[in-house]
Ligand binder design. Structure first.
Ligand code: KG4
Ligand code: ZN
Length: 351
């Protein structure tokens, strides 16, 4: 089985071919960082136009590098949401055209499900497992029970963690994207110098909140006036330590819920999304897992950030179960993994 996967929901244009055993035959990613950098964030209209410019060539490369022709594919999978709607439509229409022209099964993939299932492609993780999804747009804890079967334990009531990293970097003039810049600056910083908040820690649920932490960083920056490199390093280290405390506390709660729900003593914590590339946070979660007797699985960074291979793999999983979609599948700006999850108290539109 070979499935072509296409991803255009944010600022990465990506295409890949993955086989039924999770072997990545090709994986081509084109980042639009340079196009968006002058604006300090992703501009939806620019993203959609860049996807149009590059997608055809990228797909041709992915298929060629995989050493197959379109006729030898067994399905076409594409992100149908959630994401920036213009970009999602570009990928979706292209995938439908390919599936239609070559009479291939069509798979409309939820981008979040693709992040969730990537650990089965890389590490063969068995259901059920606990998932911490931390990206620029999402911050959620979920029980992954099966393909298309998720139980959301917690979500952010305001900002996603990646967003908080990006905003902190912007406040400190560290450039875009913020996550890697904050991580680098934090390496030489003193995490104890600034007293930053740990929002929602100790609360008896699994939700997150990061806007208070971001505001606290802003206040410190205002107090400092012109922060020196030392100030910046200390603030980044403080911010990252606070984020680590929050992730560890919320994940510990989620492990408790996971044990209650599954009747198991331990389990596996999968961490995915762009923020999972952060070595300090990975190390904090590794310590938590060791203490709680959970196995920790972090797919390699290139498969944690947006890519086509995870979309192709989600397509493989769905195709194996016969979960094929029709060519009128809609593009969806919002598409929760667990539509039945109760809303988080105080949650804004992103939850
Ligand atoms: O999953 P992703 O590539 O895109 C989506 O948001 O779906 O995640 C991008 C986010 C950005 O906010 C970026 O700043 C963050 O992941 N990120 C990091 C690191 N690398 C990327 N955050 C913290 N530390 C990092 N090393
Ligand atoms: Zn993503």
């Amino acid at each position: 089985m070979r499935v072509l996967g296409i991803e255009t929901s944010c600022d990465e244009t990506a295409a890949a071919v993955v086989d039924g055993d999770g072997r990545i035959l090709s994986n081509v990613v084109l980042s639009q960082l340079d196009e968006h950098r002058p604006y300090g964030g992703v501009v939806p209209e620019i993203a959609a136009r860049a996807h149009i410019d590059h997608l055809d060539g990228l797909i041709a490369r992915a298929v060629e590098e995989a050493g197959v022709g379109f006729a030898e594919l067994d399905g076409v999978a594409v992100t149908a949401g959630p994401g920036l709607i213009g970009g999602v439509m570009v990928g979706l229409m292209t995938a439908k055209a390919i599936a239609s022209a070559h009479r291939l099964p069509f798979l409309a993939v939820n981008h979040l499900e693709a992040h969730a299932l990537a650990a089965r492609m890389t590490d063969g993780v068995a259901f059920p497992y606990l998932l911490l999804l931390v990206s620029g747009g999402h911050c959620q804890l979920l029980v992954v029970e099966g393909v298309g079967r998720f139980r959301r334990l917690g979500t952010t009531i305001d900002d996603a963690l990646g967003e908080a990293f990006d905003k902190t970097a912007k406040l400190l003039g560290l450039g875009y994207p913020g996550g890697p810049a904050v991580e680098a600056a934090a390496r030489s910083g003193d995490p104890a110098r600034f007293d930053l908040p740990r929002p929602l820690i100790g609360r008896d649920d699994c939700h997150f909140s990061f806007s208070g932490l971001k505001t606290a960083v802003r206040r410190e920056v205002e107090k400092l006036g012109e922060p020196s490199d030392r100030d910046k390093a200390d603030l980044c280290a403080g911010f990252q330590a606070a984020a680590g405390d929050v992730l560890a506390d919320r994940s510990r709660r989620a492990m408790r819920r996971f044990r209650e729900l599954t009747g198991r003593d331990g389990g596996t914590l999968v961490v995915s999304g762009g923020v999972a590339a952060n070595a300090y946070l990975r190390q904090r979660l590794a310590a938590l897992c060791a203490a709680e007797e959970f196995a920790l699985v972090c797919p390699p960074p290139a498969l944690c950030t947006d890519n086509g291979a995870m979309i192709a793999w989600a397509g493989v999983e769905r195709l194996k179960l016969g979960l094929v979609d029709s060519l009128d599948a809609p593009a969806r700006a919002r598409w929760p993994l667990d539509p039945d999850a109760p809303p988080a108290a105080g949650a804004g539109v992103k939850a």
